[in-house]
Design a protein around this ligand. Structure first.
Ligand SMILES: O=C(O)C(=O)Cc1ccccc1
Length: 303
């Protein structure tokens, strides 16, 4: 039998990104029968490096959250490495306050989680009172692991139900996120690009190195709008090579559009854009439906 697909994520087993990897790879027909080993890494950078050096087949990375915004590090790494986006999915994460079994809420003096999870629960955390300190961990599941490993009776974590079960923690309060409609968009990255099929409602993401010149942004966007191509997202990040003291920076523009580079209007728009700026296609990829919560028994190996 062929070896299982190795899929990397940042964090410990039970992190949201790992849950997404497990659901996606166990439900989507192109991956379902391949076997899966999820592998935790200590940073997004290490996930990129492991895919680039063939230690992993894919990486699953959070790209943006509807409340806390873009995971900038991931965007910067997409530009810096030459990997390709080969899929995306959007998922609602339920955040739950959990602690060692038998511990009650009034015993808690610290709550730990990933900084984005903390931000998404600010309203709830504000109700706990000033005696409760807020601590950060690399990912949500790492906070659960720390509580379990060190027997921390006064610390609670904000994690998924899957992570709570994996680390044997009890739920103090379910659904502590401020916005119940809060969703995270994840991307799947690989070494080789793919050509998505039309029925997958594909998107294309490009990075565009823009000159600091009058009208540069307007002209770049016009390449799409004059061909009736819908732009779904624009984000800009300082271009690392352009940064000098007391000089205006240049920016890398990230543009997501509906359609695939196999569609003539998108291909023409990108050819046009290449006449104005340095363009890299980060991927044309299918949009997978929101994966369901996998059962706790399904997980791979950790860091
Ligand atoms: O920390 C995790 O579990 C992650 O996968 C990152 C994250 C954190 C908060 C919301 C979505 C993803």
């Amino acid at each position: 039998m062929a070896t299982a697909l190795r899929v990397g994520f940042e964090g410990q087993p039970g992190a949201h990104s790992e849950t997404v990897a497990v659901s996606l790879f166990s439900t989507q027909p192109e991956f379902r029968n391949r076997g899966l080993e999820t592998v935790g890494h200590e940073s997004f950078e290490k996930v990129f490096e492991a895919v680039a050096t063939s230690q992993l087949d894919y990486g699953v990375l959070p790209l943006e959250n509807s409340v806390t915004g873009t995971f900038y590090k991931v965007l910067d790494l997409l530009h810096r490495h030459s990997l390709h986006i080969v899929g995306e999915t959007i998922r609602h994460e339920q955040h739950n306050l959990v602690a060692l079994p038998g511990v009650t809420l009034d015993e808690i003096t610290e709550v730990r989680s990933h900084p984005f999870a903390i931000e998404q629960c600010r309203g709830f955390l504000g109700t706990l009172g000033k005696h409760v300190a807020i601590g950060q961990s690399l990912d949500t599941a790492a906070s659960a692991l720390e509580i379990k490993t060190h027997g921390l009776r006064h610390t609670a974590a904000i994690v998924s139900m899957r992570a709570a079960e994996m680390y044997g923690l009890a739920v103090l309060q379910r659904g502590v996120e401020d916005d119940p409609n809060n969703v995270t968009r994840y991307v799947l990255v690989a070494r080789e690009p793919i050509a998505p099929q039309r029925h997958t409602d594909p998107r294309t993401t490009v990075s565009v190195a823009l000159k600091n010149q009058t009208g540069a942004m307007f002209k770049a966007l016009a390449c799409f709008s004059m061909r009736e191509i819908n732009i779904c997202k624009i984000e800009s990040r300082p271009s690392p090579r352009s940064i000098r003291l007391a000089k205006p920076w240049e920016y890398i523009l990230y543009i997501d559009v509906d359609g695939s580079i196999a569609d003539p209007p998108v291909a023409n728009a990108l050819r046009h854009l290449q006449e104005l700026a340095v363009v890299r296609v980060l991927g044309s990829y299918p949009r997978y439906p929101q994966p369901s919560e996998p059962s706790v028994g399904l997980f791979g190996i950790g860091m």
